[in-house]
Write a protein that binds this ligand. Structure first.
Ligand SMILES: Cc1ncc(COP(=O)(O)O)c(C=O)c1O
Length: 385
């Protein structure tokens, strides 16, 4: 097999390509009719994936879209977020999170995060609520479930919607339920480096609210109402201004084949995270501490270290494709200059931005791979003692 995606790293960010090689015949058989057939077959495959994904997530509905970014944006719009609203979120996330808010014309307001698992600190949220606040957007960072259940009573008290950014957490659970279950809507990324990724971009929004679902369908499909039984083919009735952003059916076909493996792959990611935690115990690396109810997935395994950039560079030189996600915090970027009045009041977000290094996690890793990561990280950290 050509190691086309290792980019020269002994431990690349992901070894999904190995799984894709193993499933390739099945992928090709599923893709061929889509390439040769009509649009209606595409719609059928996408609908099958939506139904299977909704079941997997314990939600009533799922809408497959072109990316996690567009999924978050549509979820906010489907929940009625619009110009002048404020949405409370975090600053140590991808730009997709805040961009989804600003693209609705709304103002992102950032709360600090928990030092333990890097997700939104529910105790910080209430103080940020104003009469303009309309939603909370927690992020399951690195695959660690945000405590959305704890945000629920706050949302109820202030009549707020919760849209969860579960882009990095497909497969994770909290309080015994799949992530997204405590939110009004949740958006997942199905891009290749995510815990449940396709061969290209993709996203999914889940909800159990029928009105949010109808809005999502409308917005993802140009804004035209579904065709009634007596209306001619290609009849169009625009009742909203929407977008043309359904998930590409070729990606849907691949994801349908992969979905039955999700539980097994999540368990493997969790086992790798646990092995890294145990192996790095006693070193100077600070590892995430998850709540007992939380059953994360690990998109990557984060360690916090004193010499972030040096450790990151040395890991890569040693053959481990470490990355730094998501640092510096979003408040630092020129595109958001002046947007966040409380940017200097996020001590934990700032500290994480200076310390975080992400080690690769991929279900295809062997015990030997994980041991190599542990030993290499240990020896780098010990060299500074
Ligand atoms: C936290 C977070 N939210 C949303 C997204 C957007 O997902 P996508 O890349 O599918 O647009 C990402 C992508 O990396 C992400 O990390």
């Amino acid at each position: 097999m050509d190691n086309i995606n290792t980019r020269g790293f002994r431990i690349p960010r992901s070894r999904t390509f190995e799984t894709h090689h193993a499933l390739c015949d099945e992928f090709m058989a599923a893709i061929e009719p889509l390439v040769l057939n009509t649009y209606s077959h595409s719609a059928k495959v996408r609908a099958e994936l939506e139904a299977a994904f909704a079941t997997e997530m314990g939600a009533k509905y799922a809408v497959a879209v072109g990316s996690g970014t567009i999924g978050l944006f549509l979820a906010l719009r489907a929940c009625g977020i619009s110009a002048g609203d404020e949405v409370i979120t975090i600053a140590n996330s991808d730009i997709s999170t805040t961009a989804a808010i600003t693209n609705c014309g709304a103002q992102p307001v950032v709360a600090d995060v928990l030092a333990s698992d890097y997700t939104i600190d529910p105790d910080q949220v209430e103080a940020l609520i104003t009469p303009r606040t309309s939603a909370i957007l927690p992020v399951d960072l690195h695959g660690h479930p945000a405590n959305v259940k704890a945000l629920r009573p706050i949302a109820e008290r202030h009549n707020l919607t919760i849209v969860e950014d579960a882009a990095l957490a497909t497969g994770a659970q909290d309080y015994g339920r799949p992530v997204g279950a405590f939110a009004d809507a949740a958006a997942f990324s199905l891009a290749p480096f995510k815990p449940f990724g396709s061969a290209g971009n993709g996203g999914m929004v889940v909800t159990s609210d029928e009105e949010i679902y109808r809005n999502l369908c409308l917005l993802a499909d140009y804004g035209h109402a579904p065709r009634g039984p007596n209306q001619p083919d290609a009849y169009q009735n625009y009742i909203a201004e929407g977008y043309n952003v359904p998930l590409d059916a070729l990606q849907a076909a691949i994801l349908l084949i992969k979905l039955p493996y999700l539980k097994e792959w999540t368990a493997k990611r969790r086992a790798i995270g646990e092995a890294l935690e145990a192996g790095l115990a006693g070193t100077s690396a600070r590892t995430p501490k998850l709540r007992p109810e939380s059953a994360p997935t690990f998109r990557s395994y984060t360690i916090c270290v004193d010499r972030q950039l040096e450790v990151h560079q040395r890991l890569r030189e040693a053959g481990i494709e470490a990355v730094i996600h998501y640092a510096p915090p979003i408040t630092h970027y020129s595109v958001y200059a002046g947007l966040f009045p409380n940017a200097d009041q996020l001590p934990i977000t700032e500290r994480l931005g200076r310390e975080i290094v992400n080690l690769p996690v991929s279900p295809e890793f062997t015990d030997e791979d994980v041991d190599f990561m542990i030993e290499t990280t240990k020896s780098i950290l010990e060299s500074y003692e």
